[in-house]
Design a protein around this ligand. Structure first.
Ligand SMILES: Cc1cc2nc3c(=O)[nH]c(=O)nc-3n(C[C@H](O)[C@H](O)[C@H](O)COP(=O)(O)OP(=O)(O)OC[C@H]3O[C@@H](n4cnc5c(N)ncnc54)[C@H](O)[C@@H]3O)c2cc1C
Length: 381
């Protein structure tokens, strides 16, 4: 049985891993060389603590102040685009306290499932991740963010996640090599991190060595459809037939989905990261600066990666942001051999391994490890 995966980011490669291990002949097609997509440049958090989706009442309030300033952490590039307006309206509609509350359990569950999946990858020969389970600190400097941290800590504990509030002195004792200008931190002990470049390149090598076909520099351009199935996938270099097709094309998935009669509201959320290979500044634990919205991850020995900003932009964006902050994972109701695996926004690395596992369960007609209804790819149709 043959499966085609469109997109070789973490979601596509992870789906390839699980499908191949369950006996499928797998081909991954990517329009780039697979050496530098969003899944390489991220902060590497594997974070069940991220149970709050992107669409919240807070981001709407703060976003209106920030969105016109290109130097702010949440900037919306002004442009008249039907897809941006469509996404923006749905985003605002999704940003209610009720919807944020309803998203917490599914996001926690897929976060924990994915973390377990990464733990299991550690014993797969050839896959290297620099996986470390040290938690994630959220540093705060102001009384407002301190209060927010108190609430967030209580919410996390209610969900059964290990979280602790630390005073300035406690954080400084854990980070003796760096002088910190903070009031304290919320320490999500439940979180882990990886070095994304290592995960991506070793996973790709592992797949190639085990007989998965990887087609770089080949763009999927269209589909032939017949009687409720996709009969062919058309690319810039050829035509493919497959029993199952997984659309995992990151922030470009919306256009491909539209060709398949499916509305997948999505925008690209561009971010930036810089990695110091041999950092003179030492941190023991990954951290987010709450006021500055900057992520700092010490990774793979002596490296530190700085990442940040969310620039809602045109197609050339990178984080695949769904309209409600929840991923699109599931089967198509229109084409019986099509599945969607995209829209993971700020947590695609974290949820990548678990998404691959879930896609394999769906393809193989097994009972999924969790309730997938909140991630229904057709929820906005
Ligand atoms: C600065 C920054 C920090 C981040 N930090 C974190 C973090 O700490 N933890 C976390 O979980 N997430 C983080 N993220 C988000 C995370 O990187 C993304 O959610 C994740 O990489 C998305 O993976 P993906 O596989 O869906 O998409 P991608 O990695 O974008 O892969 C999609 C692939 O599809 C290919 N493609 C597109 N169209 C076609 C086509 N027509 N034909 C063939 N191929 C096509 C593309 O070339 C691309 O290679 C961060 C992102 C940024 C920008």
């Amino acid at each position: 049985m043959k499966a085609i995966i469109i997109g070789g980011g973490i979601v596509g490669l992870s789906s390839a891993l699980y499908l191949h291990r369950s006996g499928w002949e797998v081909t991954v097609i990517d329009r780039n060389d697979l050496n530098d997509n969003c899944s390489y440049g991220n902060a590497g958090y594997v974070c069940p603590s991220h149970f709050v989706p992107l669409a919240t009442p807070g981001i709407i309030k703060q976003g209106f102040k920030w969105m016109w300033n290109s130097k702010s952490p949440f900037y919306v590039q002004p442009r008249l685009s039907k897809s941006l307006i469509d996404w923006g309206l749905l985003f605002m509609k999704s940003a209610t306290p009720e919807k944020v509350k309803a998203a917490a359990i599914p996001l926690r569950d897929i976060g924990l499932l994915s973390q377990q999946a990464y733990v299991s990858w550690q014993s797969i020969p050839g896959i290297e991740m620099a996986y470390e389970h040290k938690g994630l600190m959220e540093y705060f400097q102001t009384p407002e963010k301190e209060e927010h941290a108190h609430h967030f800590c209580a919410d996390a504990r209610k969900l059964g996640l290990e979280a602790e509030l630390l005073s300035y002195e406690q954080v400084q004792a854990l980070e003796p090599q760096t002088r910190l200008n903070i009031k304290g931190a919320l320490w999500f002990k439940c979180d882990a991190h990886v070095y994304p470049n290592k995960v991506m390149s070793s996973l790709r090598q592992h797949l190639l060595a085990n007989g998965v076909f990887i087609r770089p520099n080949e763009e999927v351009t269209g589909f032939d459809k017949k009687a409720g199935t996709i009969s062919h996938v058309r690319t810039t270099k050829g035509v493919y037939e497959a029993d199952k097709i997984v659309l995992a094309a990151g922030s470009w998935s919306r256009e491909l989905a539209a060709q398949l009669d499916t509305r997948l509201p999505m925008v690209g959320g561009r971010g930036y990261s810089v990695t110091l290979e041999d950092s003179p500044n030492k941190l023991n634990h990954p951290a987010v600066l709450m006021e500055g919205r900057v992520a700092l991850t010490p990774m793979d020995g002596n490296k530190i990666r700085f990442g940040g900003t969310m620039e809602i932009t045109s197609l050339n964006g990178f984080r695949p942001c769904s309209a409600d902050g929840l991923p699109y994972i599931g089967r198509s109701s229109r084409y019986k051999n099509l599945l969607f695996a995209t829209g993971h926004a700020m947590v695609g690395m974290s949820l990548g391994a678990g998404t691959g596992q879930l896609i394999s369960e769906l393809v193989n007609e097994e009972k999924p490890s969790m309730d997938l209804r909140p991630f229904d790819p057709e929820r906005f149709n």
